[in-house]
Design a binder for this molecule. Structure first.
Ligand code: BTN
Length: 268
């Protein structure tokens, strides 16, 4: 099997709260407006903030997604970034973002009773449309992840004004699925609660259960797809992810490629 795509890689809080979720203790910085919660979390993380520091904002003026995409962040959504110091091998970085996506999927399902799927690596879909995404930024030292910024965005209340063109037609909001949009604080607590469970599994190197959970929700499983990587385009059938979180794609001759980093641009 070949592997492709390994191209390695404000304002003052108006409210501070704390919370213990199993082994992780969270301290929350609630902000009204930031450029990006990941920018603020990075500053905090680089100046020594503890694992479990969370930056939450009501709105972002420069919310960003993977691959330099913008993330529409008006008031009414959930936007936050968690500072982690996992010390897991660098090869587990991808699993961190997959776990965050799993935690969002678990929460979305609980909140709406609609089934949530994952589009590799970490987009959360309901009814074929994207409801949330994860942006992970990691710092690696001596082969281990010594700082990870896990940024999560969930579309909660559909804004009154039309979304900008870059959002496209493929977005959905939780308020499209339930009569009353869920409470932001409760959603945040639910995502962090679920994430903590997955994080414990990663810490005990139980990568298989993370892989299995992703594969059960995998939107691309068995689908014909086209993925762009820094080594070129890969075309074939989605076979799930491996225990490191790489996407497995089987071509028409039965050869399997493991995509470590890339973007699935179409599937059917
Ligand atoms: C994606 O779908 O490409 C990832 C979107 C991630 C958006 C979240 S919102 C909180 C955090 N701050 C950001 O600027 N981005 C992430």
């Amino acid at each position: 099997m070949r592997s492709v795509g390994d191209c390695s890689v404000g304002n003052q809080p108006h409210r501070k709260t704390q919370g213990q979720f199993g082994p992780l203790s969270f301290s929350f910085n609630w902000l009204d407006e930031v450029s990006s919660t990941s920018d603020v979390a990075r500053e905090l993380g680089e100046s020594g903030a503890a694992e479990g520091t969370v930056v939450v904002a009501k709105r972002q003026t420069a919310g960003r997604g993977r691959r330099e995409k913008r993330w529409f962040s008006p008031e009414g959504g959930l936007y936050f970034t968690v500072v982690l110091r996992p010390q897991v091998p660098a090869s587990h970085s991808r699993l961190l973002s997959i776990m965050a996506a799993l935690a969002v999927a678990d929460t979305v399902e609980l909140a709406t009773l609609a089934s949530a799927q994952l589009k590799w690596p970490n987009d959360i879909y309901v009814s074929g449309k994207k409801v949330g995404g994860v942006l992970i930024e990691t710092h690696v030292r001596d082969g281990r992840v010594n700082l990870a910024l896990v940024g999560i965005g969930i579309n909660v209340s559909r804004p009154d004004d039309e979304a900008p063109l870059y959002v496209g037609t493929n977005a959905i909001w939780l308020s499209d699925l339930v009569q009353k949009a869920p409470d932001i604080t409760e959603l945040l607590a639910a995502v962090l609660g679920s994430f903590t469970t997955w994080y414990q599994r990663l810490q005990s190197s139980d990568c298989a259960s993370i892989m299995d959970a992703h594969n059960r929700r995998n939107l691309l499983m068995g689908r014909e797809l086209e993925a762009r990587t820094c080594d070129g385009v890969v075309v074939g059938r989605g076979m799930g992810i491996d225990s490191q979180g790489a996407l497995l794609v089987e071509d028409k001759d039965g050869a399997v490629t493991a995509i470590i980093e890339g973007e699935v641009c179409s599937w059917s």
